[in-house]
Each structure stands twice: as C-alpha cells, then as structure tokens.
Design a binder for this molecule. Sequence first.
Ligand SMILES: Nc1ncnc2c1ncn2[C@@H]1O[C@H](COP(=O)(O)OP(=O)(O)O)[C@@H](O)[C@H]1O
Ligand SMILES: O=C(CO)[C@@H](O)[C@@H](O)COP(=O)(O)O
Length: 555
Amino acid sequence: MSKKYAIGVDYGTESGRALLVDAATGEEIASHVTVYPHGVIDEQLPGSEVRLEPDWALQHPLDYMEVLKQSIPAVLKESFVKPDSVIGIGIDFTACTMLPLNKAGVPLCELDEWKDNPHSWVKLWKHHAAQEEATRINALAEERGEAFLSRYGGKLSSEWMLPKVHQILNEAPEVYEAADLFMEAADWVTMQLTSVMTRNSCTAGYKANWHKGDGYPSEAFLKALDPRLEHLTSTKLRGSIASIGTKAGDLNQQMAEAIGLLPNTAVAVGHIDAHAMVPAVGVVTPGKLVLTMGTSTCHLLLSDKEIHADGICGVVEDGIVAGYYGYEAGQSAVGDIFAWFVNEAVPSEVKQAAQQQNVSVHEWLEQQAAQSRPGESGLLALDWWNGNRSVLMDADLTGLIVGLTLQTKPAEIYRALLEATAFGTKKIIEAFQAGGITVDELYACGGLPQKNRLLMQIYADVTGREIKIADSVQTAALGAAMHGAVAAGAEAGGYDTIADAAMHMARVKDETYKPIPENVQAYQQLYEAYSTLHHYFGEENKQLMKDLKKLRLKG
Ligand SMILES: Nc1ncnc2c1ncn2[C@@H]1O[C@H](COP(=O)(O)OP(=O)(O)O)[C@@H](O)[C@H]1O
Ligand SMILES: O=C(CO)[C@@H](O)[C@@H](O)COP(=O)(O)O
C-alpha cells in the first residue's frame, strides 16, 4: 500500500497550525502556522467603535476558516503529498471557546444586525468576564446539593459554557434569544468541514458539565438559576455527543475544494488542545500525569476510577482516552506570566544585552537566572496573574511577588516566576494524591519544555520527580492528526483505536529531567512558604485581592 498521511489542525490562542504526518510512523512531514488575522480581541470590536470591558477576550470565527484555507494547502504544497494519500483530519481547539449561531449555523457576529454587539462574537477560553455568573452557579449548585458539582472539584470556572451562556443572557438577552445554538468552536469548525452537527465528549464533559450517564445539569437546576434557562440544554445546547476517538463525518465538497483535499476524507470529532496531547506523548493508560505547558498549563491524568477530588477541574468518562476516566486540572497562566514580565517589566538594558548576544529576552533571562541557587534571591511569587484555575478555581485572584529589595535583579524576578508556576503544579499533584488519584510519572509537552531548560529543571526539583518530554514540538497537532488517522480506521491505513495510533505515532525524547537532590531540599522550604501565601491570599483573606481588582475595574 502507498504511504498514507493524516493532518492535525491545532487551534491555539494566537494562531492555528496544520501538521501533516506519516500515518504509519507519526513522522512530521510538513507544518504551517496561520496567525489569526484578528488575534485575541480584548480592547475593541473589529470594524466598530465598540470598546470591551476588562476581562473580555473574543475571537473572529472567520480566522478559524482562514487557518484551514491557508495552512492545509501549504502543508500539501511543502510535502508534495497528494490529496488522495491523506486519509484523515483531526482538529483540536482551546476550550471553552464558544459562539452563538443562527438557524443556518452562521455565527451571529458575521451578521450586520449583530456585529456591533460584543456578545455575538466568539468568547475565547480566557474570557474571564463571567465570574459573577460562575459564582452564582456555584453557590446555587452547592445550596441544592447538585451532584454534578463534585465532579468539578466543587466549583465551575468562569471560563466554561454555563457561565458564558448565562452572561450572554444577563447582559444581552436579545443575543441569547437570537442564538439557535451555542457551540464550542471545535465543534463548529468540525461542522463546517463535514456538514454534520456533532458535539464532542471532551468539551461537553469538561466545559459544559455533561456526564455520560446523567447528561447535562437538570432543567430544574437551570430553571432555579434563571427561568429563561430552563430548556437551554434541549434547545441551544442540543445535539448528539460523540466520544472522542470517533469519526464526525466525511469532508464535504465545498470545504474539500477550499482546502485542497478530497471529499470523503475522514474527519474526527473535535478535541481540546491539551487533551489531544495526552496520547501524542504515548500516554493511554492510568497514573501518568501529562503537563501541557504553553500560554497556560493543563494537567491531565487517566484513571480507571471516578473520584471526586477537591481542586480538580473535572473528571469525564471518555474525556481524554475512551475507556478511562480523564482528570483535568490547570493553571490559567504560565507562559503568559513570563510573557508579561518580558513585555511589561524588563528594563531596556536587558533588552539590549539580549540583542547583543543575539538571543531572545526569555533566553537571556534564563541564562542569568540559571546561575543562582534556589532561594538565593529571597523572592517568592504566587502564580495567579490570570486567576487560579486549580486548586482554588477563582479567576479574581491576582499575582504577587514577595521579597523585593533595592538589590533585586530582573533575572531573579524571572526565576521567581518560573518557580511560582512549578509550585502551582506541585499543589495540583498534591490535590490529585489527596483525592486518591495516583500520580506515578510526569510527562511534559507543549511549547515551553522545548524553550526553557531551566524551567523544566525547576519543575523536576520542585516536584522531586523525573520528567519525560514530548519529542514533538507540535504535540497537540500530532494528537489531532492521530485522531484523524483513527477516524479513517485501520482499513484505510489508519488505526482502529487511539492506543494503536499511540503505539506507532507517539514518542518522547530519550533525555529526561531528573531532580537534583540539594535543589529538591531547598525547594521544600520555599514550597512551605508558598503554601502559606497560597492559604493566606487564596483562602483566609481572598477578599483582599478581589477588592483591589474591583478598584481597578471601576477605574
Ligand atoms: N524561552 C522561553 N521561556 C519561557 N517562556 C517562553 C519562552 N519563549 C516563549 N515563552 C512563552 O511561551 C508561551 C507560548 O507557548 P506555546 O506552547 O508556544 O503556545 P500556546 O500555549 O499558545 O500553544 C508564551 O506565553 C511565551 O511567553
Ligand atoms: O482550558 C484549556 C483546556 O482545558 C485550554 O484550551 C486553554 O487553557 C488554552 O490553552 P493554551 O492556549 O494552549 O495554553
């Protein structure tokens, strides 16, 4: 049989990329990135005077189509692979990234009537303006003893579907009314490719509180939240939910022409970016915690038990790999914190020094920071620049650096920020263990492990564990391509299960990061201090950060 290929399309926060891989080996043949023409819309609506409130983050749905139209032809061209050799496509997306559609499946923001209303646009995962709604949902669910709440560590995040839909209803009831469907962008793009309306078990489970046995939160609960929401799940969230690892449909004629593939190419059901990475590092069995480290970090783990643990974002059956319970926890900013420091807080001398050495500011800071010992700077930070997703699940918490003096150097602050994110990950590992969910091994993937060696050594030292690193830099896109190969099936040159695909297509590097004993010891002391700050600002006195944030929002 001639060589067969699969394409994965990974939709990130700032850009989307297509990766063409050899379906037999997972070898990456060609990739292409399309930066979203409208990027993250967080100040003003495109082509309009309408300004956005703080904490808003929107996107333009046509940017997603642009990725398909630019990046898929580009990988075909670069690789000289013929369309008839491509057996399947899979896509993965940030989530909950959701949008309202009219009856024809057209995003409301594309219509003149709605384009000036911010609520008609795609709400990106990091749209954090629905915290009030999330708080209300959590309080009501707790008061009513709703069973679904404990599957999500006792709290829903403001990033998820229900708070976002509720915010639309509260602030723009006319948009709510006009929406025939609210969909995850992952499912909307899949629908554009196949003309089939399917929701996937991963986003439905983690982001819309759907359960394989119990379905969505009950109508009685939704009615108590707001009578207008009573029939939400059977109307605007309607649609069959397909397990990840299955086929959504065949590529339709119109999209086949637009992206240069053959009609009837198999298309997998959509997936979340982080979750798609798990089989792409070869993890298809319990006990192996996968850290997907980029703009944010997700912590993903398989288990054969359903346990409701405090501080864990969610447990979903068939949510990551079919046949297992998939657990998710996360930190809503990691690379974004380092980016903030580099962009907003670094003096010009540092930028010049980096330029002179022909390295990026990140690399220069890493080199300098690597020369000091753990704790040497006297600095300690809380990693809550974009709130705390796990274990406190509170988007209104903010960042903190303690120990600054007149002698503090930029590289010392950078190192404290790297360390803070590692401490946040250790808190999450402890929450898994405390909940009775075993963590035996650590794997890391996403952009960061390949960009910053110091960061990965700090994670090994802080957690006291060896860390295996993905071989691919495009782990999410590789995971999506693997799902494309499974959608095509073994007979077509793909696979029947994601475990089979992982056996042939996934890889980790030979080199691992191992903990250095003296650093492990030093970090134990710093971690205790981190835990004290964590408790003080995140639990005992959490109003302090919230009041400060309110003052900022008022101003
Ligand atoms: N050398 C570096 N060290 C630490 N962080 C870095 C470095 N280079 C880039 N970053 C951060 O990595 C993040 C991007 O990660 P990546 O995985 O590529 O993207 P995404 O999460 O959007 O898929 C950005 O937040 C950026 O600030
Ligand atoms: O929330 C999730 C996954 O549950 C992610 O989609 C979200 O954090 C975005 O991740 P990245 O932008 O890839 O870091």
